[in-house]
Design a protein around this ligand. Structure first.
Ligand code: OGA
Ligand code: ZN
Length: 365
C-alpha cells in the first residue's frame, strides 16, 4: 500500500491518504513518539522520553514517497522513516490471538474437536489446535503415550506452566487426608479452578492416565453460553452476579488464598469476559438482609442452569487422552467414582491465557 498524499494540518496533525482510499489523521506527537530512530537498535523497545517532547511539535519537513513517509523533526538531524503498512493499521487491533468465541450448549457433546498429540510437533497443526481452543474453550487431545508424564511432555511444547499452592502439576487421585475435594472420590459439581487466586489460571490441561473405576465421568459446560442466556432470561440475577464481589477462599495447613470477584465479569464493552464459579470455595459476599437474599436468588438461578441438561455435556475421559479447557469460561466437574472398582488418575496443570496468545502470535508470523 502506498501513501498518495501527506499534509500538515492545524492542531499539529498529519493527514494521510492512501492509494486504497483510506484516510487517516495522526497527531504529530504520536509520530514523534514512534520515530523508529528512537527504538533501541537490538530490542526494538521505545527509549524516546515523551515527557521531554512538546505536545504541539510539528515537522520541519514532511514527504511521502510510495510506501514510506519521511519526517524531519526539529531536534533531529536525520529523517524519521514510517512504513505505510505500519501506519495504516495503527489503532486497529491487528492480532492473530484475537479469536471470536463460539458458545455452545449440550448439543456440542459430539462436536468437541479432537487433535492427535503429534499436533504440537508441527507449526500449522499446533496453531489450529490453539485457535480452536480459543474459539470453543475446549479441545480433546488423543493418542498420547501410555505413561504418567505424557501430558506434561505435550504442554512443554506449548509454553511454561502456571504454578499454584497445589504445585506446578497436580495428581488427581482419591487419597487419604485430602486438602481438596478433587482428591476424594465424591462428585464435583461444575466449577472453575482457583477463582480464589488474584489471577485465575487461564487454561486447564487434564491428562487422563487411568480411569478404570466405576463412575468418574467428566462434565463440562460453556459458562459464557449460560451467562448470555441468564442475561436474557433473568436480567436481575445477571446484574447482581456481574456487580457483587463474590469472595473465594482456599485454605489448608500451608496456605490461605483469598480473592473476591464477581462470578460473571464484563469487559469495558459490557461483553462477558470471565466466569469464576466454584461452590466449594465460595464465601459470603459483603451483604446482609434482603440484599444477601437477592444475591442468593441470583446465585441459585445461575447454579440451576449449570445443572441443566440443556447446557451440560458428560462423557468418560479415556486413557491416553487429554482435555484442555479455558478455565475462565468453561466449567468442569466429575461424577463420583468408586475407588474399590479400579484405579483413576488424572494429572492437571495450567497455562495462562497470555502464554497461549504469545505462542499463537509467534506461530502465525
Ligand atoms: C480438579 C477437578 C476433575 C476430575 O482436580 O480440579 O476438577 O475429573 N477434577 O477429577
Ligand atoms: Zn477442577
Amino acid at each position: 500500500m502506498n501513501i498518495a498524499t501527506a499534509n500538515l494540518e492545524d492542531n499539529a496533525m498529519v493527514h494521510l491518504t492512501y492509494d486504497t482510499g483510506l484516510q487517516q489523521r495522526l497527531p504529530c506527537i504520536f509520530l514523534r513518539d514512534n520515530d523508529q530512530n528512537e527504538l533501541h537498535p537490538d530490542t526494538k523497545e521505545r527509549i524516546f522520553d515523551l515527557t521531554k517532547a512538546d505536545i504541539d511539535v510539528t515537522p520541519v519537513s514532511l514527504r511521502a514517497d510510495n510506501d514510506t513517509l519521511y519526517i524531519r523533526w526539529p531536534d533531529r538531524d536525520q529523517d524519521a522513516v514510517y512504513d505505510a503498512k505500519w501506519l495504516s493499521c495503527q489503532g486497529s487491533l491487528n492480532d492473530p490471538a484475537i479469536v471470536p468465541k463460539q458458545t455452545w450448549d449440550a448439543s456440542f457433546a459430539d462436536k468437541i474437536t479432537e487433535f492427535d498429540a503429534g499436533c504440537v510437533e508441527e507449526k500449522s497443526t499446533l496453531l489450529s489446535m490453539l485457535t480452536q481452543l480459543k474459539q470453543d474453550g475446549i479441545v480433546l487431545i488423543t493418542g498420547l503415550e501410555d505413561n504418567e508424564t505424557a501430558g506434561l511432555g505435550f504442554g512443554k511444547h506449548i509454553s511454561f506452566m502456571r504454578d499454584s499452592n497445589f504445585g506446578l502439576t497436580f495428581e488427581v487421585i482419591s487419597k487419604a487426608n485430602p486438602n481438596n475435594l478433587a482428591y476424594t472420590a465424591i462428585d464435583l459439581p461444575l466449577h472453575t479452578d482457583l477463582p480464589n487466586q488474584e489471577l485465575v489460571p487461564g487454561y486447564q490441561f487434564f491428562h487422563c492416565y487411568r480411569n478404570e473405576a466405576t463412575g468418574g465421568e467428566s462434565t463440562y459446560c460453556d459458562g459464557f453460553k449460560v451467562a448470555e442466556d441468564l442475561r436474557d432470561q433473568d436480567p436481575e440475577a445477571f446484574e447482581l452476579l456481574t456487580t457483587v464481589a463474590q469472595p473465594f477462599r482456599f485454605f489448608d495447613d500451608g496456605a490461605d488464598v483469598r480473592y473476591a470477584r464477581p462470578v460473571i465479569e464484563l469487559d469495558a464493552d459490557g461483553d462477558i469476559a470471565q466466569i469464576a464459579f466454584n461452590g466449594h470455595l465460595a464465601q459470603t459476599p459483603a451483604l446482609e438482609g434482603n440484599a444477601l437474599k437477592a444475591y442468593y436468588r441470583a446465585y441459585q438461578s445461575l447454579m440451576r442452569r449449570l445443572r441443566s441438561d440443556e447446557y451440560v455435556i458428560e462423557f468418560k475421559l479415556q486413557p491416553q487422552t487429554m482435555i484442555v479447557v479455558d478455565n475462565r469460561r468453561v466449567l468442569h466437574g466429575r461424577v463420583a467414582f468408586d475407588p474399590s472398582t479400579g484405579y483413576r488418575h488424572l494429572q492437571g496443570y495450567y497455562i495462562d491465557h497470555a502464554e497461549i496468545d504469545s505462542r499463537i502470535r509467534v506461530l502465525a508470523r
